[in-house]
Design a protein around this ligand. Structure first.
Ligand SMILES: Nc1ncnc2c1ncn2[C@@H]1O[C@H](COP(=O)(O)OP(=O)(O)OP(=O)(O)O)[C@@H](O)[C@H]1O
Ligand SMILES: [Mg+2]
Length: 282
């Protein structure tokens, strides 16, 4: 069964003002040989917002994040990231732009032969602008944020799956990025560990207000994010009173058959009449 067309697909047909948006996808198409993965994807991520991206395995979620980073090129359509049209950008400029984006790759993707310190420092070392002391200070600060400073000299193989995810978040946030892309940060983790990762993402969101696009398989994660806020006094995530939602705008995007079949807030998601969405959220 193919995905129903949404009025949303036409809403972005004319390109409007792109300022105020961390990411804009406008009619993006991408195929690998005859496999049409994205078939006209349009959406916007306003600055300061967190958007959760859903879709079954193979729906094109990782591909979408890689397009936003300029690691893959679309066949057609336009992608604007932090105000720049990346579909026409030269590799040097893309490299510069990536410096403003933090990416938490699926399965963490840490370098096995490097210590936690070296993994977390990686982006700063790449930029070659920082003294050894500055790097050490920032690595420790990033690790403290994820409560893993004690692991600084360990190798990834000496960490649990949840700890590796937290190191990956420290590595992505060390440059104080303007935009964060999280690819399935809780994938393959048990519910309790998943929650600690979500708490960390909520902390990053509420402390730094970073615009974020987050791929997840677990609707529960996104609901937790929408209904909780990080309390800096107690250093804990706390549930908001019923009916109240986090200060940071949170939205939901559902990909199906290469198209966006839903883009809206938690109310719209909960009240969607679309059969597929209802099944997805039940
Ligand atoms: N480099 C590539 N070359 C060829 N095909 C690719 C490549 N990358 C992704 N694909 C294909 O694109 C489709 C979408 O892949 P993608 O990795 O984005 O899925 P996903 O939604 O992230 O799935 P999962 O939930 O399993 O992570 C799949 O059919 C995959 O085989
Ligand atoms: Mg993926």
């Amino acid at each position: 069964m193919s995905a129903p067309a949404l009025p949303l697909d036409t809403r972005l047909a004319t390109t409007q003002d792109q300022s105020g948006f961390a990411i804009v996808f406008d009619e993006v198409h991408l195929s690998f040989e005859e496999n049409e993965v994205l078939r006209g994807v349009s959406f916007r991520l306003p600055f300061g917002e967190t958007k959760a991206l859903f879709g079954v395995a193979g729906a094109g979620k990782s591909v979408l994040l890689k397009l936003a980073l300029g690691l893959l090129k679309s066949d057609s359509g336009r992608i604007t990231v932090l105000g720049s049209d990346i579909t026409r950008m030269r590799e040097e400029d893309l490299f510069q732009l990536r410096g403003k984006i933090g990416m938490v790759f699926q399965e963490s993707a840490l370098f096995d032969s490097l210590t936690v310190r070296e993994n977390v420092a990686f982006r700063l070392l790449e930029e070659q602008d920082y003294s050894d002391e500055e790097i050490e200070r920032r690595v420790r600060e990033a690790l403290r944020f994820v409560e893993l400073e004690q692991t600084i000299d360990l190798l990834p193989s000496e960490l649990s799956g949840g700890m590796r995810r937290r190191v990956a978040i420290a590595r992505a946030t060390i440059t104080e990025p303007e935009l964060l892309l999280y690819d399935s940060p809780t994938g393959g983790l048990d519910p309790v560990t998943s929650n600690t990762i979500i708490e960390l993402i909520v902390k990053q969101r509420d402390v730094h207000k970073t615009s974020s696009l987050l791929v997840t398989h677990r609707l529960q994660d996104a609901f937790t994010m929408a209904t909780h806020q990080f309390d800096q006094q107690t250093n804990q995530m706390r549930v908001l009173p019923k009916g109240q939602y986090c200060d940071v705008p949170m939205s939901f995007l559902v990909l199906r058959d290469g198209k966006v079949i839903f883009d809206g807030d938690i109310h719209e998601l909960a009240h969607s009449q679309d059969e597929y969405i209802r099944e997805y959220i039940s």
